[in-house]
Design a protein around this ligand. Structure first.
Ligand SMILES: C[C@H](N)C(=O)N[C@@H](Cc1c[nH]cn1)C(=O)O
Ligand SMILES: [Zn+2]
Ligand SMILES: [Zn+2]
Length: 526
């Protein structure tokens, strides 16, 4: 059955669920012989209800941009120990916002000290912000997860404007600032959805629980335990978890995401000389830590992206015939890929290979190093100690502990083969599991309807090459499903310079979030 409405074509809607409240309103009408009539009446009502909500979101645009500007102005970089007070300040910002919006039972959950490796052994982890909006047992409960920490950013990296100051580019119709897409914009989006309901005097159709953390960009350290501890307490009765912390695959087509890669992040520490040395005096005479590190780095991966560590590729689940057919149908082009990377350096020349290597094969990236000369000019120094950083994006069926052993054994073996008198050790900094789900549950169905209602198209179902370390923990500890509803686009430049969020994605994203809550409330499963 199809109902045509200005919000889009609503397909195969079921009387028993989506129209429950409509039936209540229309019970006085005797003329139920024509299901079509009832459906038309409901279509009008849904249209009116969404119409008002969507109009309110449009009307509140200046307020919603202002709030986002306040949030992104706090440089909450979880990976920079010196900025930890700013991460805590941003948690306080959200506590105040939640209070102002009428959330209750707000808890700033402390997670204790950050475990090693860490510079300051007294460093406290930032709090997790838990809050409730409604606790009606007749309603479903949706847990909204997001993170308020961000990646580092500095003007001198090549930003067009100060990274922690929101710039609205009217010409390009976008907002620019660190975190605007990952993940401050989407977190703000959820709060704005509640704000819009309150302004309209419209009841939220579900109970909400927020779980906003401040360590996602550093591997969600400490959050697993909190979720396990609160599974039967604060999180009791959660029906589904919705995460808005990834991006569309490309720039035009909205997507829903049912898979993530995991991430194991390592460091290799090579040290020898007692201090940095003059290369004219000591060059050729002493063993240089940087030379050893480069050799170990070079043994990890080749220039075609192939991982060279024995046993790693063998853990990857084989590609099935059924799966092979999925990739060609996805709305994505190599041109979009090149535009997003700002280059033509892609290692693959066809869509299925690009998507498979992004979603379902592991990758190894070398991120950088501490301790070495990295400025302009030509300093003739031999660094005494260097710390190399690299990570592996993991996929089914890779086992995290087994991977750690393979990686550490490999680095030790390569270093030993160099015959260097320096010292070398490799350690895990943090890890997070991959996650793959069934995209046909009630939550995904509600999100697909919401996408159709807002954008007028069916979303693509995609996997994400990035990681959200806590996703699998929600699924296993709360024994419920998780759905990923991205707000931004594939070219937003998350983790890069000039991170942006298109204005249309911010506002249409909020409408999709709002519609999702209404459609999910009306779905059959409780
Ligand atoms: C997809 C998400 N917005 C994100 O950027 N996640 C980070 C999380 C992370 C950091 N270290 C390990 N995982 C990512 O994928 O890099
Ligand atoms: Zn994120
Ligand atoms: Zn991120």
């Amino acid at each position: 059955m199809f109902i045509k409405s200005p919000l889009g074509t609503l397909k195969n809607l079921r009387l028993s669920n989506l129209f429950t409240h409509c039936l209540r309103i229309h019970t006085s009408k005797r003329n139920l012989y024509a299901g079509q009539l009832l459906l038309q009446q409901h279509a009008t009502m849904t249209e009116t209800q969404f119409g008002k909500l969507f109009d309110k979101i449009e009307e509140l645009k200046p307020r919603f941009i202002e709030r986002l500007a306040e949030a992104v102005a706090i440089p909450a970089v979880s990976g920079d120990e010196s900025l930890r007070p700013m991460v805590v300040k941003k948690a306080e910002f959200y506590r105040a916002e939640l209070e102002r919006l009428g959330f209750q039972d707000i808890k700033m959950k402390e997670l204790g000290l950050q475990p090693p490796p860490v510079e300051n052994p007294e460093l406290k982890l930032p709090p997790v912000v838990l809050a409730r909006y409604g606790s009606d047992p007749a309603k479903k409960t949706v847990l909204l997860y997001g993170h308020y920490d961000v990646q580092p950013a500095a003007l001198e990296d090549g930003w067009l404007s100060e990274p922690f100051k929101l710039v609205v580019d009217e010409e390009k119709q976008l907002m620019r600032a660190r975190g605007v897409s990952d993940d401050t914009g989407p977190v703000q989006g959820w709060l704005n959805v509640v704000d819009a309901h309150r302004e309209l005097g419209l009841e939220l159709p579900v109970n909400l629980i927020t779980c906003f953390e401040g360590m996602e960009e550093s591997g969600s350290i400490g959050l697993d335990k909190l979720i396990a501890d609160e599974a039967d307490k604060y999180f009791k009765g959660v029906d589904t978890v919705c995460i808005s912390d990834n991006y569309w695959l490309g720039t035009k087509k909205p997507v829903l995401t049912y898979g993530l890669r995991g991430c194991n992040y390592y460091q290799i520490i090579v040290e020898g000389p007692g201090a940095d040395l003059h290369s004219g005096i000591f060059g050729g005479v002493i063993a240089e830590p940087m030379i050893d590190l480069v050799k170990v780095f070079g043994s990890l991966v080749d220039s075609q992206g192939r991982i060279l560590i024995d046993g790693v590729n063998e853990m990857v689940a084989p590609v099935t015939e059924k799966e092979q057919g999925l990739y060609e149908k996805i709305d994505f082009t190599l041109d979009e890929m090149n535009a997003a990377s700002g280059s033509e350096t892609c290692l693959y020349n066809n869509k299925p290979d690009v998507l498979m290597h992004r979603w379902r094969f592991p990758s190894l990236s070398i991120h950088g190093l501490e301790g070495a000369f990295s400025s302009q000019g030509a300093k003739t120094v031999i660094p005494a100690k260097v710390v190399g950083k690299f990570s592996i994006r993991t996929v089914p069926d890779m086992e995290s502990a087994k991977l750690d052993k393979l990686v550490i054994d490999h680095c030790n073996k390569v270093f030993q083969s160099l015959g260097s008198p320096n010292k070398c050790r490799t350690e895990l900094i943090h890890d997070g599991n991959y996650w793959v789900s069934d995209p046909f549950n009630a939550s995904f169905t509600a999100a697909a309807k919401a996408t159709k209602a807002v954008y007028g198209v069916e979303p693509d179902f995609t996997r994400e090459g990035g990681s959200i370390p806590i996703t699998l923990t929600f699924e296993t500890q709360l024994k419920t499903n998780v759905m990923l509803l991205p707000m931004g686009r594939g070219d937003d430049g998350a983790h890069s310079i000039n991170e942006k969020l298109d204005l249309s994605n911010y506002f249409q994203g909020m409408k999709t979030m709002a519609a999702y809550l209404h459609y999910y409330a009306e779905s059959e499963t409780k």
